[in-house]
Design a protein around this ligand. Structure first.
Ligand SMILES: Cc1cc2nc3c(=O)[nH]c(=O)nc-3n(C[C@H](O)[C@H](O)[C@H](O)COP(=O)(O)OP(=O)(O)OC[C@H]3O[C@@H](n4cnc5c(N)ncnc54)[C@H](O)[C@@H]3O)c2cc1C
Length: 133
């Protein structure tokens, strides 16, 4: 369920993989404005309050909530990239070009597949082929 006015959403399983007994709800928020509105830096309380308002059908267990702020993880500093609408293909094609001995791999170099595991794997194969000739 997408929040009607803010850039975050929440989902729980409807049992497509037989996992309906997993009492879990996951949420994603993206961008500094969304994180600030949810007061992510202060912990889970504001987001839990907003989730309870969005999903009154859920019996939330606040003590079990886990919050990960990828932007504060020093080895990550963000979640994943996305291609802004209207970006010309040359922009990401340039990331696939070797710069001297340097070859970039990573989802952000995968153009239309960026932001995904698929893009990460495709980019790794492409970089390996570039290096091995
Ligand atoms: C919460 C979340 C949910 C997601 N869900 C999905 C999904 O359902 N489906 C999907 O397809 N994709 C999903 N993605 C996106 C997917 O996980 C990424 O696109 C993919 O993992 C990117 O792989 P990567 O190898 O390009 O980069 P990463 O997996 O980010 O790997 C980069 C590595 O480099 C390391 N590193 C960074 N800086 C340095 C440094 N200076 N020195 C040494 N190491 C360094 C990092 O620690 C990291 O291990 C999700 C991402 C997140 C964050």
């Amino acid at each position: 369920m997408q929040h009607p006015t803010a850039t975050w959403w929440a989902w729980n399983s409807l049992d497509p993989a037989g996992d309906g007994d997993s009492a879990a709800v996951s949420c994603f928020a993206g961008g500094p404005d969304a994180r600030a509105a949810l007061r992510v830096g202060d912990g889970v309380d504001e987001w839990l309050r907003a989730l309870a308002a969005l999903r009154p059908d859920l019996d939330l267990r606040a003590a079990d909530a886990v919050l990960t702020d990828w932007s504060r993880d020093p080895w990550t500093r963000g979640g994943y990239s996305y291609v802004v609408a209207g970006t010309p293909p040359e922009a990401w094609a340039a990331l696939q070009e070797p710069v001297g001995p340097l070859v970039l791999a990573g989802e952000y170099t995968a153009g239309p597949d960026s932001g995904t595991m698929e893009g990460a794997v495709i980019s790794g194969v492409r970089a390996a082929r570039t290096i091995s000739g």
